[in-house]
Design a binder for this molecule. Sequence first.
Ligand SMILES: Cc1ncc(COP(=O)(O)O)c(C=O)c1O
Length: 420
Amino acid sequence: MAQWTATAALPQPRPFDPRAVRQQFPIFRARREPPLVYLDSAATSQKPDAVLEAMNEYYSLYNANIHRGIYRIAEQATAAYEDARAHLARFLNAGSPREVIFTRNSTEALNLIAYSWGRANLRAGDAILLTEMEHHSNLVPWQILAAERQVELRFIPMTPEGELDLEPLPRLLGDGRVKLVSVVHVSNVLGTVNPVAEIVSAARAAGAVVVVDASQSVPHLPVDVRALGCDFLACTGHKMLGPTGIGALWGRRELLEAMPPFLGGGEMIREVKLTESKWNELPWKFEAGTMAIAEAVGLGAALLYLEGLGMDAVFAHDRELAAYALGRLREVPDLRLLGPPLERRGGVIAFELGDIHPHDVATVLDSHGVAVRAGHHCAMPLHRKLGVVASVRASFHCYSVPEEVDALVEGLHHARSVFG
Ligand SMILES: Cc1ncc(COP(=O)(O)O)c(C=O)c1O
């Protein structure tokens, strides 16, 4: 059976102790003097030993292609890959592993829906409803589709506090033209946790299919696709302690069954003739060519690791640290926090520091060994709506500790003194 199960099932620290968690991440062990202050987990998370070992074991002990060889290590590789899928299905409380399609990342999962479901189902005069706080990955694929099919794009507005304003929702959905609603679960800029279940129920009542961009929620809090009630959900492995190059689309089986393939090639077919082909069954219909096998195995190990910590504990830790950070950041003169109150946000905090450009702030912070993100964070319309060109963003995960927030605050005081 899959090699990673044994390695990754190492006992996790209990009760939740971020300092002990941190010791299980080689990058933090390797960079002690000065310590790595990593406050950019919303861009990508760090990877624990368990994930790296699982991938190393695949390459070292049973490297083979999947779904084709009938020799032992090929079967072992196939089992490990499919175990990872089954694991992700359980993690999301999906009805079946067949509803989980591996992709390269969330972006590809969202494009898959736009290209396959969108082109099969949308006609001129239909509308797609998005929000003003979307990441470009949940905006651009719909813009391309809308231009191609003369489909209207509508938007749930965002308040100046960075929350969705659901008041116009009945009007936006009222004429029955909205066929698809796609909404971000947790904002990658403001950390806002959106009332997705409420949006899903209104959208489905209006006959729309609902997509949830869960890139920032699945890595940090318990996400249950059946409880959310959505039709599709996209997530990405590298933000959830897993490797880059692997993500997933979950979809309701009946919708996926009815959809045409996205990419054509090997493995996604049942039968090929010179001029036509028959498609494989789910989920392989959507997995053309050699997939990211080591990365799927690594993602499986990441899921096991996160489960060991407990997703409730991970989210509680994010919020505790966010509370501490919000308090400490308020001590910095001229700092303007963006986003909602703590009760409705996760472990992501964006801010401006006077009129110092975010890139200058980030450069000074880097000189203190503090890694933050500066810019528009792939959400230009969100920034435009808030009336800012760019922001500085600090974001946390299970290994983040209050000392990192202290280092951030110290660096911000220094940035103020440098730029006057
Ligand atoms: C909310 C949100 N959606 C989509 C994405 C795209 O993720 P990926 O680049 O892994 O496809 C991100 C990544 O930052 C994100 O934060």
